[in-house]
Design a protein around this ligand. Structure first.
Ligand SMILES: Cc1cc2nc3c(=O)[nH]c(=O)nc-3n(C[C@H](O)[C@H](O)[C@H](O)COP(=O)(O)OP(=O)(O)OC[C@H]3O[C@@H](n4cnc5c(N)ncnc54)[C@H](O)[C@@H]3O)c2cc1C
Length: 390
C-alpha cells in the first residue's frame, strides 16, 4: 500500500489529510506527524476563548467549494452567532478536530490513518524515511511539509497571570493584538508598551452588504508594481478603502508570481507594512479593546524607527511576526539542500519531486498564502496531485 506522510497537523496538514481521505479511491496509508496541537496548529490551539478569528464566521469554511461550512457547523452546535460575527478561534480548532475525526471514520474502509505525536527532526532522502525525536523512523512514498512558520515569541499566555509588572511588546501587528486582548481578559492592570518601527496597528473590519459596489481589477495586460499601485490608489478615491484593498486579493498570487525580483523587493521594502495593516484586519471587538486601553493610558503604542531599541521593562514579549529561520528542522532541510529558501527568506521550495509544501511555507512563491481562504484551495489541489502521483 502506498503511503503519504504529512509533517504538521495545523490547518494545512489537517486539510491535506482530509482532502486525501475524501478523494482517494485506492487503498492508501496516511501518516500525520504532529508534535503539539493536532488539527489546531499555531492559530487554533486550545487557547484563551477571548481570542477571536479575524475573518467572519460565514467565510471560514474549511472547504473551497463550501465556504459557509463553518457557520453551518456553529449552527449545528447551537453556538449562537450571526454569519458576520467574529468567533472564538478555539471553536475553529474544535471544528477542525471534528472534521478530521469524521473523515478518518468515513474513509476507514479505504484509507488507513496513523497519527504520530512526535517531533520530526530529519528526513533521510535516500531511504525516504522520516526521522523523529523519540519514535522509530517511518518510510513514506510522498511527503508534505506543512509545518507553518514558527512564531518566535515563545510567549506563554499563562506566564503573566499573577503579575502587574509593566510589559513591552515588540511589534504592533496581529500578534500584539492577541497579547493585549489576553492581558485585558485576565484583568491585567499594568502598563503595556507596544513598539514597532512605524507604530502602525492593524485596521478594523467593517461590514458591507452585497449591494455595495466594489472595484473589479484587471491586471492581465499590465501587472507592473507601479501600475498596480496607481490603479489601487485611484480606486481608493472612489470606493471605500477596505473594498478597494479586498478586491486585490484574488489577484495577489498572480501579481507576486509575475513581478520581477526588483518589484517584489520594492513592495517588501516600501509597501508591505502598509499593505499588512490594511489587508490583515481585526474584529471591531478587538479594535475597541485597543482603543479603550489607549484612551485610559494603559496601552501606549510607540514608534521607534530603525535604530536599535532597548526595552525599559523586565517583561518583554516578542511579537514581530513569524520567522522560520528560528526553526532548527527547516534549517537542517535547507543545509541538506532538500529545500531552498527564496531570496527574501519568506518561505521554502522543495528540491525533491516526492516532497511537497503547503501553507505559509510557500510565501516565497505565492506571497498571499497564510489565511484559510488560500490554504483550503491549496490543500484540495495538493491532495488531488498527491493521489495522482502515487
Ligand atoms: C494567531 C493566528 C491567528 C490566525 N487567525 C486567522 C483567521 O482568523 N482567519 C484566517 O483565515 N487565518 C488566520 N490565521 C492564518 C492561518 O489560519 C494560519 O496561517 C494557518 O493556520 C497555517 O496553518 P499551518 O498548518 O500551515 O501552520 P501551523 O498552524 O503553524 O501548524 C503547523 C503545525 O506543524 C507542527 N510542526 C512544526 N514543525 C514540526 C516538526 N518538526 N515535527 C512535527 N510537527 C511539527 C506544529 O506543531 C504545528 O501544529 C491565523 C494565524 C495565526 C498565527
Amino acid at each position: 500500500m502506498k503511503s503519504i506522510g504529512i509533517i504538521g497537523g495545523g490547518f494545512s496538514g489537517t486539510m491535506t489529510a482530509i482532502g486525501l481521505m475524501k478523494n482517494s479511491t485506492a487503498k492508501i496509508q496516511i501518516y500525520l506527524f504532529e508534535k503539539d496541537n493536532l488539527a489546531r496548529g499555531l492559530a487554533y490551539a486550545d487557547i484563551d476563548s477571548h481570542l477571536l478569528l479575524n475573518v467572519r464566521a460565514d467565510q471560514m469554511g474549511a472547504f473551497p467549494d463550501d465556504i459557509g461550512h463553518f457557520y453551518q457547523w456553529l449552527q449545528d452546535k447551537k453556538i449562537e452567532c450571526e454569519p458576520s460575527d467574529f468567533i472564538s478561534r478555539k471553536f475553529y480548532g474544535d471544528y477542525l478536530s471534528e472534521l478530521l475525526n469524521s473523515a478518518v471514520k468515513e474513509s476507514a474502509a479505504v484509507v488507513k490513518v496513523k497519527i504520530i505525536k512526535n517531533q520530526v527532526i530529519d528526513i533521510d532522502t535516500e531511504l525516504k524515511k522520516i526521522v523523529f525525536e523519540t519514535h522509530a523512523p517511518v518510510k513514506v512514498d510522498e511527503l508534505v511539509l506543512a509545518m507553518g512558520l514558527k512564531s518566535p515569541s515563545g510567549f506563554n499566555f499563562t506566564d503573566i497571570k499573577q503579575s502587574d509588572e509593566p510589559i513591552t511588546i515588540i511589534g504592533t501587528s496581529l500578534s500584539m493584538v492577541d497579547v493585549v486582548v489576553y492581558l485585558k481578559s485576565i484583568n491585567y492592570q499594568g502598563q503595556i508598551i507596544a513598539v514597532s518601527r512605524r507604530g502602525r496597528t492593524p485596521k478594523e473590519h467593517q461590514f458591507y452588504d452585497s449591494s455595495v459596489s466594489r472595484p473589479v481589477y484587471d491586471f492581465t495586460k499590465n501587472h507592473s508594481l507601479s501600475f498596480v499601485f496607481e490603479t489601487i490608489k485611484n480606486n481608493l478615491k472612489i470606493y471605500e478603502w477596505r473594498l478597494g484593498i479586498d478586491a486585490v486579493r484574488p489577484h495577489s498570487q498572480f501579481l507576486w508570481s509575475h513581478w520581477t525580483i526588483r518589484e517584489r523587493s520594492q513592495f517588501l521594502r516600501y509597501l508591505r507594512a502598509l499593505w499588512d495593516i490594511h489587508r490583515h484586519r481585526i474584529s471591531p471587538v478587538h479594535q475597541k479593546i485597543l482603543e479603550d486601553l489607549k484612551t485610559s493610558g494603559q496601552l501606549k503604542i510607540k514608534t521607534i524607527g530603525f535604530k536599535p531599541y532597548t526595552p525599559t521593562t523586565k517583561i518583554v514579549i516578542k511579537c514581530h511576526g513569524p520567522n522560520q529561520l528560528n526553526n532548527h528542522f527547516l534549517q537542517k532541510l535547507i543545509e541538506k539542500k532538500i529545500v531552498s529558501e527564496d531570496c527574501f527568506h519568506l518561505g521554502i521550495e522543495s528540491n525533491k519531486k516526492w516532497i511537497h509544501t503547503i501553507g505559509p511555507l510557500r510565501r516565497g512563491q505565492l506571497w498571499e498564502c497564510t489565511a484559510v481562504s488560500e490554504i483550503r484551495v491549496q490543500a484540495k489541489q495538493l491532495a488531488i496531485e498527491l493521489l495522482a502521483a502515487l
